[in-house]
Design a protein around this ligand. Structure first.
Ligand SMILES: *[C@@H]1O[C@H](CO)[C@@H](O)[C@H](O)[C@H]1NC(C)=O
Ligand SMILES: *[C@@H]1O[C@H](CO)[C@@H](O)[C@H](O)[C@H]1NC(C)=O
Ligand SMILES: *[C@@H]1O[C@H](CO)[C@@H](O)[C@H](O)[C@H]1NC(C)=O
Length: 185
């Protein structure tokens, strides 16, 4: 019953959760996922930083550029972002990236993007992914590469990104990371 009031309130404010499906037990809206953008990021070869606590291996991978297009704009990736990742002994990788999107507007906006995620899967698949020769032919459905994404900008044209949340599904292809990001509704 409380939920109905929330829906009406939400409509007046932002007109998004109007048709939210409610959990029958709690009456809370069930989050939705809507495909929102596609991104392809170009990578430098990884630099191994040696071992960390508990047999982990640390890697630094810097980004040289890339492209993205979203339901709300498109553009390029600026030189200079990076992934600071650590690899567990069974080869699962924890990903932690930060980089800058530039929009294709005549006067571009800059949007900082941050992703956190895991690449997990059977050890033999992850081993192939770490092999520069075999990595390209690994089917992305054989491993799980998932990211949480958030963004920040001070540019008023894109201020909605500050409060939007996404999850993405990715793959490694050659010297690129490719992912589809889904907006959480
Ligand atoms: C991105 O661009 C491709 C073609 O260049 C298009 O197929 C796709 O729908 C676009 N995605 C979005 C979210 O606009
Ligand atoms: C990128 O956005 C511009 C408008 O700002 C549009 O003309 C162009 O088709 C878009 N490109 C893609 C690949 O979506
Ligand atoms: C969100 O966007 C506005 C610009 O419209 C900016 O002033 C504000 O600081 C941003 N908020 C955060 C949390 O980054």
């Amino acid at each position: 019953m409380v939920s109905k009031a929330f829906i009406v309130g939400g409509l007046a404010a932002v007109a998004t959760p109007a048709l939210a499906v409610l959990d029958p037990t709690s009456g809370l809206p069930i989050p939705t996922l809507t495909k929102d953008f596609h991104l392809e990021c170009d990578l430098n070869p990884k630099l191994g930083l040696g071992s960390g606590p508990g047999d982990t291996l640390w890697n630094w991978i810097s980004f040289t550029g890339g492209v993205w297009n979203a339901t709300w704009g498109n553009g390029t990736i600026e030189l200079g972002g990076h992934d600071y990742q650590y690899v567990l002994p069974e080869l699962a990788a924890k990903l932690d990236t930060r980089y800058l999107l530039k929009t294709s507007d005549a006067t571009p906006a800059y949007i900082q993007i941050k992703t956190d995620g895991w690449r997990t899967g059977p050890p033999e698949v992850l081993r192939d992914l770490n092999d520069p020769v075999k990595a390209d032919s690994v089917d992305p459905s054989l491993y799980k590469f998932r990211l949480y994404i958030n963004m920040n900008t001070g540019d008023p044209r894109y201020n909605h990104v500050n409060t939007t949340m996404w999850v993405a599904s990715g793959m490694r292809k050659g010297a690129k990371v490719i992912y589809d990001a889904y907006q959480i509704g």
